[in-house]
Design a binder for this molecule. Sequence first.
Ligand SMILES: Nc1ncnc2c1ncn2[C@@H]1O[C@@H]2COP(=O)(O)O[C@H]2[C@H]1O
Length: 930
Amino acid sequence: MKVPGVEISLATPVPAMPMPSHGRLSNSSKTPEQMELEYEANVAAERGDIMTPLPRDPRPQGMTFPGDAAAGVGMGNSSVGGGRNMQPEIVEAIRNLDAQALRLNNLTLEDRCQLTTQQENKPDDDTDYVVLRRPQKHHPFDRQCHSLYERRLYKGPKLHLWVGNGKKPSPSDDDDLKTFQRNLMDLKYPTVLPPNPQLKALLVFHKSDSICEVVTLACQRHQLDVTLVKSKEEALDTLQKSYATAQCYHLIIIDARSTKGLDAEHIARTIRHTHGHHLTTIIAVCKKSFFEKDDALIALLDAGVNRCIAETTNLAMCSVELKQILHSIIRPHNVMSTQQALYTALHRLKEVVLITDDLLRIQYANRATERLLNMRLDEIISKPLADIFVSDLSTISEQGKSIKEFDGILTVRRKNQEGIPMHVRVVPVACIGSAPTHLIFNFDIPGGGMDFIATLPQPKEAPRGSLHSVRRCSFDVRSIASDGLRRTSLAKLTSLPLEAPITKENCSADEARLIDKVLEFLKREGLYSPQMKEIRTDDPIATDLIGALLTGPSVYSSRRSSNDSIIRTGNSTRTAIVPAKMKANPIVMELLEESLSWDFDIFKLEEITDYHPLLYLGMEMFRRFDVFATLNIDENVCKAWLAVIEAHYHKSNTYHNSTHAADVMQATGAFITQLTNREMVMDRMDEATALIAAAAHDVDHPGRSSAFLSNSNNPLAILYNDLTVLENHHAAITFKLTLGDDKINIFKNLDKETYKSARSTIIDMILATEMTRHFEHLAKFVSVFGSEVEPRELVQSEEETSILMRRMLIKVADVSNPARPMQYCIEWARRIAEEYFMQTDEEKQRHLPIVMPMFDRATCSIPKSQIGFIEYIIQDMMHAWDSFIDMPQLITCMQINYSQWKKYDEQGVNTLADIMAKQPPVGNKPSNSK
Ligand SMILES: Nc1ncnc2c1ncn2[C@@H]1O[C@@H]2COP(=O)(O)O[C@H]2[C@H]1O
């Protein structure tokens, strides 16, 4: 089978070729050619998965094996036999080149050319040549070579590559050959390559003029698949579609010559913020005059453009420029993304892999290492290797300098445990130069059986992040759990005849008494439930508010009426309309660029999205935190989910509407970012569940409190027995809506276990927003993270610390409004007061118990209510959270707002009308941010 124009020839006679270890081609009845075709098919099939290593023959190098030659397994046809033996790796590498070259030429297996021996081209006896015949005039010579270079398949000092016309290489070709000499050693440690798809370029040019034409031609010359669009909207639309089908553009070239037709800076910035495009190469074509001063170019580069190139009508110049970009930007980007994938794979490997630097300090450890050592990553990284071994390591360190590998038994020290003898293999590798810069350790128990690690006692969840490393705050737990606090105890529980292993065995009567006392403590329910601070305020408004927020429903249960409910129950699905303009609203996109900053203007978003802030902000957060990938779900499902959740927030509520949900989600995003900055990394699933919980935490809120629902015999209060009524409802309806419609089921691609854990996290976070347990959550958080003792010592598992942290995160986000820039803080205070007033109005009208009598629109002092709210609920919590997360602007804003409320109070500015009269319109930038 010959392909016109392409021939791949071997300049050296090739002996029998060993097959891949899976030995799928051992059928001796096949012709060598059939076998080769099949071989290629296998190789190609295996290459389908980028992480699958190339097939390697595990047998010793430089040998042929009985049966190979007899079976006709050879590099070429039977005429190839004889001559000097080649190393099997080289032979196999050449086979891979064959496949690679074919792929680069877009040839199918059917078109595969026959390998022939070309003895006459062999320039000398010591050199093996692979001659690739140049099939056409503009054959991508360099592309093949570079691909070979990347694959590092040809490294032997004796093996030269030449891509040409099949004739004996000329002296200049010989120079090229030398460039591609490779060290045979590298064959042993092949580089895993990035995927090698057809490169795609998106050209964004306002009009098809001569410059656009030259850029298009240059792209085509380099075999790029070109798409031309004329506007930003078209560009974003194309990118979005390409992202959904995993056919991403590698290169985007934007016409930046004039801002009239296109705003290149804005386009670049938007693309950079679009999910999946952080490694896309963006090039701006600029006027030559731009290069005379730097401001315009720097603005473009700051917006995310990788390189600015000058407009030209000269095809050669443009082509060279493009080539440089392909080599210096696109390829490294490709490699980087592959490395990331490799890291992920390595991290999840069952085998224990640990990497040290040349001074034997641990640089990397995968999850299995954490399990083996029973330590968290942050306890392992940077440690001297000697700390985790009982054995003397002098053999390794001495060998690391001079000898290549170590293979032997060493005893590993598990945290808090005896040593475990392990079979350790050490491979030195060099990042720079040839002396080892790193050592890779691979552990095994003597005799194999890696499942052994799974049998070791483990922390409940794979440890991650470094929660324990939070700044210790000087928080005084007693300020919360003071004498005035009530503890609930269940007499029944304490009287149960509970016995535990620690009880009275081997101890004196005194010790037994002490243990009894401790047990009595521990058996109490609500160990951390200080529940309510004594409200030492003369202010009845604060007393009213705090009392209503922190007290359960029983207080008001005596005066129930049986009036109807205000909440729809049953199948109340609301039609969610995704705004048509969502994709391409530049004003919204511009605002969302600031979506992680603490002074983000949520009210402006509410206005410009026509009261769909949750949909827009939600999508932005999901994009920024990779939620689509984490849930393995299409963006459109998330979009539909957000739209449905938003539709189930009541627009008629002044406070508990979707703007509040978006605000809490925004704060959550800001906190996650700050946690990451502080290296207290949440894993991707924790981030996703936190954002989902934030978005849904008040869904279907009726604008009335739980106490109101209980007092009015609302069906929800009946359903939930007056306990955590609203929060239970928010959590339940979130899952009811999500699971009830496949089109919005963002969890549908999660496996059972992951879904179970995500559901539990989301429910726990939503329930944590209930204010009656405010002090309980705060006290627990402070006692664990504010203690001098390691959190690990205070809680049962890493998971428990993580739960405490997530609860506090959503709680702070939920009531962060008094710590927002003043203008927003005042607007939120207006909204919540208005909602309280409406509740009071309804309670009066329906003759229900009045939950907060002081919240009467005729008499209420807003400043007083806010002063009380900050003093009793917000202040301690913000300080605790700031100590943990280090966001001083929370405290600064809170203090400024507090002073302002005090001022209004002193001035007698009390009513909503008075306060609002003093405010600039919302949507203007606040003055006290940052
Ligand atoms: N600025 C504020 N002033 C008074 N109460 C508030 C303020 N912000 C939030 N809250 C209350 O705190 C509660 C937190 O949980 P919810 O969102 O269910 O309902 C919230 C309000 O009742």
